[in-house]
Design a protein around this ligand. Structure first.
Ligand SMILES: [Zn+2]
Length: 468
């Protein structure tokens, strides 16, 4: 018999909104170090309230000697935080010494337009019009920012030969006199990618310690996501937790202009150390694995019922067999005899075990920060399964039934990542699978040196600390 569900969306609409709010708050959860174990819901509220205070705290907190950043020996060590290009200059028109006397540099000041800038170097309104009418792109030149430098090159009779201006470390625009007036060019600089080692010890929150260790907010979020299954950053972070990572740094002319991927990382949470290595497989998909090549997310069982068959797949719009309407099926249905055990897909905390509208008897499990699974239409719950209880992967949480809106015994199973339903059967999900055995050797060739490098960097750092 084919079982069908008329399951409503996982949550009423308002709850979906609330859930996305919670997802946003969860990202804020990184910012705050919980001083005690509190019930999850309460934490989120606290987080919301604490957020402003957290930023205020940034200035107050003294630097911790335990937390520091060190450049990789092969990284360019030029200071990245002192841009000199945009500093205001005393003179409006600079005559650079020992350079081309026909060159003029103008720094844009408040109230300047391209017209006033042209006037400063003695160029006529006619030239300005010729420049602006030379191409559509050339009009970009009119978008001036205070402090922006425009480098003019003039001919001996004072006419415009070329104009160059750097918009950012990665982008410049240029104009040159050509046979047919002026030609415009946009130049993009490809940054050099270097690697950097960084280490920190958590004093009050991951966010603050990471900031002290020189990590940007987005890199900190990346780090938290890498360990998102193993560590619940909202609840589990403790003072003394430690992290280290090797990540990519984008550099232009010795100046850091951004960061790239985390290549490897280690996180020690309450005395237990987790490792992560980024690996791109032969198909070109990148994912994080622990140093031995096991998936960071292997803890999920893809199918939570043994000896079942899939009676309905995940779809964002299927034609409902009874209602004959297109509606989403945000889960997978497994048909199995009544009483068949249902297993927790991964370690986690039960956030609901009880009646849940059309879902009938349902269990919702939160796995770390990002993942949530739902099991519906159960006949009954396994012993000890109630809201707030912790479950281990594979632990029996309940039994197949047909409670709620269901026409026959089956499990309706949903999987969420950051509050968004995903197909648990999708191969795109970066969760279930360890490194392919055919790629294991290739992975280890990458993993071993990265781990060794972190060992070396850390011992060098500790030795330096001891000398002080
Ligand atoms: Zn279903």
């Amino acid at each position: 018999m084919t079982s069908t569900t008329k399951a409503p969306p996982l949550y009423p609409k308002s709850h979906i909104l609330a859930a996305s709010g919670v997802a946003a708050l969860l990202s804020l959860a990184l910012l705050v170090f919980p001083s005690r174990e509190v019930e999850a819901k309460k934490t989120y509220i606290n987080l919301e309230l604490d957020n402003g205070a957290e930023y205020a705290e940034l200035q107050d907190e003294p630097d911790s000697a335990a937390s520091q950043v060190r450049q990789s020996p092969f990284a360019n060590t030029a200071a990245a935080d002192t841009p000199t290009d945009n500093e205001p200059q005393p003179a409006q028109v600079e005559e650079p010494p020992e350079t081309d006397p026909l060159q003029r540099i103008v720094r844009v000041e408040n109230g300047d337009t391209l017209s006033t800038v042209f006037a400063k170097v003695g160029l006529s309104a006619t030239t300005l019009h010729a420049v602006l009418n030379s191409s559509k792109e050339a009009k970009q030149l009119t978008r001036l920012k205070v402090g922006q430098a425009l480098e003019f090159k003039l001919s001996t009779d004072g006419e415009l030969e070329s104009l160059h201006s750097k918009l950012s470390d990665l982008e410049s625009i240029a104009l040159a006199k050509s046979e047919k007036g002026f030609s415009f060019k946009r130049e993009l600089v490809k940054p050099e990618v270097q690697t950097t080692y960084s280490h920190g010890v958590i004093k009050s929150s991951l966010f603050l310690s990471a900031k002290r260790a020189g990590l940007s907010h987005s890199l900190t979020m990346d780090l938290a996501n890498v360990f998102g299954y193993d560590i619940d950053f909202a609840m589990d972070i403790r003072e003394g937790d430690e992290f280290e990572l090797i990540y990519e740094k984008k550099v232009v002319n010795g100046k850091q202009v951004g960061t790239g991927n985390i290549l490897s990382a280690r996180f020690t949470n309450r005395g237990k150390t987790y490792t992560a290595v980024r690996y791109t497989n032969k198909q070109g998909n990148s994912s994080y694995y622990n140093a031995n090549g096991e998936s960071m997310r292997k803890a999920f069982i893809r199918t939570p019922v043994d000896f079942a068959r899939i009676s309905s797949r995940f779809s964002t719009g299927r034609r409902h067999p009874v209602l004959n309407k297109i509606r989403a099926h945000k889960g997978v249905d497994y048909a199995a005899p009544r009483g068949t055990p249902i297993k927790a897909a991964g370690d986690g905390r039960v956030t609901l075990a009880g009646r849940h509208g059309g879902y009938g008897n349902a269990v919702i499990i939160q796995h770390g920060q990002r993942y949530r699974t739902l099991y519906a239409h159960m006949n009954g719950f396994a012993k000890g399964i109630r809201s707030g209880s912790n479950v281990k992967q594979g632990q029996i949480i309940g039994y197949i039934g047909t409670t709620g809106l269901s026409t026959g015994p089956h499990l309706h199973y949903e999987f969420q990542v950051n509050g968004v339903h995903v197909d648990p059967l999708s191969q795109k999900l970066p969760m279930a699978d360890p490194i392919a055995s055919s790629e294991k050797a290739r992975f280890m060739q990458l993993s071993k040196p990265l781990m060794a490098q972190m060992d070396k960097e850390k011992s060098t750092m500790l030795a330096l600390n001891n000398q002080r």
